[in-house]
Design a protein around this ligand. Structure first.
Ligand code: ADP
Ligand code: MG
Length: 644
């Protein structure tokens, strides 16, 4: 391809470009962070490929980024000697968005500038952010290992298309030149650029170089605040100097790193605009040595519930970047954690497959899991600590609202830490509308003689709260946890007890209030059962296709009937959910429990519409717990004939 080609951007890119330039202008300077980050990635990639092919270094083994500008031409150039781009790679990587989430992202745009800017952050605008400040970008590149004549020139004004042509380029790597817009000329300043590098890119582990400036008398002032007052000016010299710390942040001692630097690093690796809730930075020594720097974000990504979603932890081996998204480093239920693990023990050429089997990785995974749980426990502790700041007190609730449902997956996934996880759970309950009740709180409030932690699962908080199954508990003032996350029922399967007290669903099995029920109540119930037996037998017969059994209950106060499933059975709600999701679900035949004290139930005996009443009872119980009658028209017909 020596001839110039004009190619169109993929539709998503064009859309993204429009968005970038229209919604990110309030935070223009991030373009530099993005371009430096790409340069740094390119150097990481070269270092990695060169592990097996040192020839790729050619005659330039020192990887670096150079930033320069031309005041007259109004251009700013970010150059690296990393892996570079072949012609095809330039077309593919700078003309399409390979990331699968893009369409999803486009769908989520709200039109609200601030919210959208944050979304963009999560997806990473990357290269295209250059167009926030430039009305034209030229990229010159040559991939390491290709001959000089196979360089590529890529040019675009950020409208619908871009041009590519082949050029000769002796230097390996990429230089990106921004032709700055009128209103972006303040980036033509060493002082300004240095300050942005210091803010965002200090921790980049390779040197970022800029040309030194010198004071020169007798010319027009320029170049930032220093030059503003006298008749001299700063002029750029030929001498280059390193303007960042150029040491990977996580390798520095904790005491030398400020909170701002930790936060900035987080934003860089996570593409998140918001500061993290917490982080932990440790050098772990012992039989497996590694550094961990782990962050807990303050909000969930859009695809949190996609369990195939990439993990957020990057793996380094002895400062060499190995891979993003190393999912073996943390269990799936902690997939929201971001950060870096730098191992001293793993081989540099470690593969994903190898990672899964490595004992060192196993140790890292266990250690990191403990560390994350520790961070969460700290946050949870602060909730109730006198003297903690309001901000600290509110952190755990914030965390839980975003990630609580994911954390619950851990109950079924991480048996070693089940007790610690159980202590971290929070629920709404009949005593609290907010999701703030811990199992320990619940236990502390248990009634004298209460032997179980009671809970109910439902689709919504309102459905849970109004469930007939709760009536007797409410009457006796017994707290019941209200669970409305989709994952709850599945997760609770793995949690049979907490701190020695069993957990009991109030919608499963016969209600057994144990010592909470006095002798008189028990006796009355038994007598009622006896007297009611003929009616029960007729009900069973009438409903034999729908109900596996019919019995009387003491759990109801105001309602005539409710449905329950057997102790080991799947709840009707879960079965419905599975069916909706197109999955196989066993046919759940519930037990109908009736309240012999209720007027409607009393009416059954001697009614000449026994069959209709029986079906209405059943269908209403089904409605009350969020289901639908099998034959809604028949239900309506029966009710209407009673009403008329
Ligand atoms: P990301 O960095 O998240 O992949 P970007 O939009 O920042 O997304 O970059 C898109 C792609 O363009 C990169 O994945 C990379 O393949 C390529 N690229 C960008 N800048 C460079 C560079 N300086 N050197 C080599 N490749 C680059
Ligand atoms: Mg990038």
């Amino acid at each position: 391809m020596s001839q110039k080609q004009t190619l169109s951007f993929q539709a998503e890119v064009a859309q993204l470009l429009h968005l970038v330039t229209h919604s990110l202008y309030s935070n223009k300077e991030i373009f530099l962070r993005e371009l430096i980050s790409n340069a740094s990635d390119a150097c990481d990639k070269l270092r990695f490929e060169a592990l097996n092919n040192t020839g790729l270094y050619e005659d330039a083994p020192n990887l670096e980024v150079r930033i320069s500008f031309d005041k007259d031409a109004k251009t700013l150039t970010i150059a690296d000697n990393g892996i570079g781009l072949s012609q095809q790679e330039a077309i593919d990587n700078l003309g399409t968005i390979a990331k699968s989430g893009t369409r999803e992202f486009m769908n989520r745009l709200s039109g609200d500038q601030k919210a959208d800017a944050q979304l963009i952050g999560q997806f990473g605008v990357g290269f295209y952010s250059g167009f926030i400040v430039a009305d034209k970008i030229t990229v010159e590149s040559r991939r390491a290992g290709l001959p000089p004549e196979e360089g590529v020139l890529w040019v675009s004004t950020g409208a619908g298309d871009f041009e590519v042509e082949s050029i000769a380029r002796p230097a390996r790597g990429t230089s990106v030149t921004l032709h700055l817009r009128e209103d972006a000329s303040d980036y033509l300043s060493t002082w300004k650029l240095k300050s942005i590098v210091g803010k965002y890119s200090d921790h980049i582990s390779l040197p970022i170089l800029m040309q030194k400036e010198e004071w020169k008398e007798g010319e027009e002032a320029s170049g930032g605040p220093a030059g503003a007052t006298t008749g001299g000016s700063m002029v750029v010299t030929d001498e280059w100097e390193t303007v960042n710390q150029a040491s990977a942040l996580w390798t520095r001692p904790r005491k030398d790193i400020t909170a701002e630097q930790y936060q900035e690093f987080y934003k860089q690796i996570s593409h998140d605009h918001e500061a993290p809730l917490a982080w932990a930075h440790n050098r772990v020594e012992g039989s497996t040595e590694y550094i961990q720097l782990l962050y807990i974000p303050s909000h969930a990504p859009f695809d949190l519930f996609n369990r195939d979603k990439v993990a957020g932890v990057k793996l380094y081996v002895k400062r060499v970047f190995i891979m993003d998204e190393a999912e073996s480093l943390l269990p799936a239920y902690l997939r929201f954690v971001k950060g870096v693990i730098d191992s001293s023990d793993l081989p540099l050429n470690v593969s994903r497959e190898l990672l899964q089997e490595s004992r060192d990785v196993k140790a890292i995974r266990e250690g990191s899991t403990k560390r994350v749980l520790g961070m969460l426990e700290e946050m949870a502790k602060a909730e109730k600590q006198d003297g903690a700041s309001e901000e600290d007190k509110s952190k755990y609730a914030k965390f839980y609202a975003e990630f609580g449902a994911v954390l619950k997956e851990g109950l079924g996934e991480d048996f070693t830490n089940r007790d610690r996880l159980a202590s971290l759970l929070r629920f709404a309950s009949t005593s609290s509308d907010t999701t703030s009740v811990s199992l320990a709180d619940y236990k502390a409030r248990m009634k004298e003689g209460q032997e179980a932690i009671y809970y109910i699962t439902a689709d919504t908080l309102a459905a849970a709260k109004n469930s007939p199954q709760l009536e007797v508990f409410r009457k006796k003032g017994i707290e019941v946890l209200l669970m409305t996350d989709r994952v709850d029922e599945w997760a609770l399967n793995y949690l049979n007890e907490f701190d020695g007290t069993p957990l009991q669903s109030v919608a499963k099995g016969a209600v057994d209030l144990g010592k909470l029920q006095d002798e008189a109540e028990k006796k009355a119930a038994e007598e009622a059962a006896e007297a009611f037996k003929p009616v029960l037998d007729r009900l069973k017969e009438a409903l034999k296709d729908k109900a596996q059994d019919v019995r009387i209950t003491t759990r109801l106060v105001d309602s005539p009937a409710c449905l329950v499933v057997s102790d080991q059975g799947m709840s009707m709600q879960l079965a419905r959910m599975l069916k909706q999701a197109g999955q196989k679900a066993p046919e759940v035949k519930p037990v109908l429990e009736v309240n012999p004290e209720h007027a409607l139930v009393k009416k059954l005996e001697g009614s000449d519409r026994f069959d209709d009443l029986a079906h209405i009872l059943f269908d209403q119980a089904l409605l009350a717990e969020g289901g639908l009658p099998e034959d809604p028209a028949a239900y309506v017909r029966r009710v209407n004939s009673l009403l008329a």
